[in-house]
Design a protein around this ligand. Sequence first.
Ligand code: URA
Ligand code: SF4
Length: 206
Amino acid sequence: MDEKFAGAEAWVPSRGGLPKVEAGLADCRGCDLWENAEQVVPGDGPAKARMMLVGEQPGDVEDKAGRVFVGPAGRVLDKALVAAGIDRDDLYVTNAVKHFRFERRGKRRIHKTPAVGHIVACGPWLTRELEIVKPALVVVLGAVAARALIGTGFKVTEHRGEPVELPDGTAAVATVHPSAVVRSDEYRRDFGLFVDDLRAAAALLS
Ligand code: URA
Ligand code: SF4
């Protein structure tokens, strides 16, 4: 049985911009992930961004820093954005789940994929971010973001780089998560494919 949680609804401000979202996030108890995490990791970037990137959840480094995509996956993402000619400063970057889920192994904290219950519980934050930023295009990074934004049954590996529509009509492109590139046995190939998808996304905006 998957866990069920009350969800973030009660903490999501219905008015105000990204600063209000950030303030509300700090108090969120919509699921159980706040308990063991160091802190919540809010989205980052201009409210007027035309492109919004959605990852999975903060990693170990992000949990300690309180900032999105600043660890190993973030470094690959940054390199790929440069290669694709996209300026990260122009993007709004966030995650489907705002607290780090992990398992302790000795001193290490090992990433654990969020359950569907966590993705659903945290969904109201993502919905609010979409309402505020109103991006012209959303880049969906990996299966968890796809589950959050597109729904069940969508296979990122089958549809990567293709234009898709979110249920609210927003244009989107899905690709793999940069962590998959970090871990790849064929890094050069998979980095190149990731850059191709980001380029395809950027082309839809121009
Ligand atoms: N992976 C993510 O999905 N998001 C981050 O912020 C860091 C790693
Ligand atoms: Fe709230 Fe999301 Fe954190 Fe769960 S993961 S406590 S829903 S912000």
